[in-house]
Design a protein around this ligand. Structure first.
Ligand code: SAM
Length: 233
């Protein structure tokens, strides 16, 4: 099954094209219900947590968390997504180059603590952005090219502070029926990617099949949430 999508590659330019053409069906206008229902597990009583959003798009979840006093750092390649995030959130922002990453820019909100790096995620590192107390990964592991998953997992692990609580949203469906993205990521692979250095807990799994995915010819779609923490050494 994994082999079906193993060679799929979406170039960065294709994502930017999608934004230019408003083909952004992944964007949700409300806070993700599975983030809301698991937020207490992520926070674990902590206040002013530093959240990381890999492949952030213009997720409204970033504003929701910033409104609660958390700091948010996102990474996104499409400038249009970043500008729309701040405009939709009625936030003003500053914009400056990131010397450590050629061509990258940092957009920083003024009214709330939201910073978004415009760059390829794989050029981002803890030496640029530090480490994080929490990660919300929706539309990210499932969106990167399947061949990059190991590289992705090591990057994410390197961004986790000791107390980091990483909420990962993955999708299960029959990859013979739809080529992605979003790509399907079986639970066994979540374990093989993160299990060596992390503890994993499957906290939620829901039927997520709607008319949209039925139109992709899918007959089954399940959305799964894992809570991932670093093993104490
Ligand atoms: C499926 S969307 C999900 C966006 C967001 N997480 C959400 O839930 O709405 C993936 C996003 O990642 C961006 N993207 C894809 N590959 C990227 C990469 N390697 N580095 C930075 N951004 C990337 C795309 O432009 C797109 O906005």
């Amino acid at each position: 099954m994994l082999a079906t999508q193993a060679d799929r590659v979406m170039a960065l330019g294709e994502w930017e094209e999608r934004w230019q053409e408003d083909r952004i069906g992944f964007h949700q206008f409300h806070v993700h219900p599975m983030l809301e229902s698991n937020i207490d597990k992520v926070l674990a009583g902590r206040k002013a947590v530093r959240f990381f959003f890999p492949l952030c798009g213009k997720a409204v979840d970033m504003k929701w968390l910033a409104d609660q006093g958390h700091a948010v750092v996102g990474v996104e390649i499409a400038e249009k997504a970043i500008k729309q995030f701040f405009e939709d959130s009625s936030m003003t922002y500053s914009e400056k180059p990131v010397p450590a990453i050629p061509g990258a820019k940092l957009y920083k909100g003024k009214e709330r603590d939201v910073s978004i790096y415009q760059c390829d995620l794989f050029t981002f590192s803890s030496s640029v952005g530090g480490q994080f107390g929490a990660i919300w990964d929706r539309g990210s592991l499932v969106a990167i090219n399947p061949g990059d998953r190991e590289k992705y997992a090591s990057l994410i692990i390197s961004l986790m502070a000791k107390d980091c609580r990483y909420l990962l949203d993955t999708l299960l469906y029959n990859p013979e029926l739809y080529k992605g993205p979003p790509f399907f990521v079986p639970n066994e692979q979540v374990h093989s990617l993160f299990g060596k250095s992390c503890e994993l807990e499957l906290v939620q799994s829901e039927d997520a099949l709607t008319d949209k995915q039925k139109a992709w010819d899918l007959d089954f779609l399940s959305e799964t949430i894992h809570l991932i923490t670093l093993k104490s050494t």
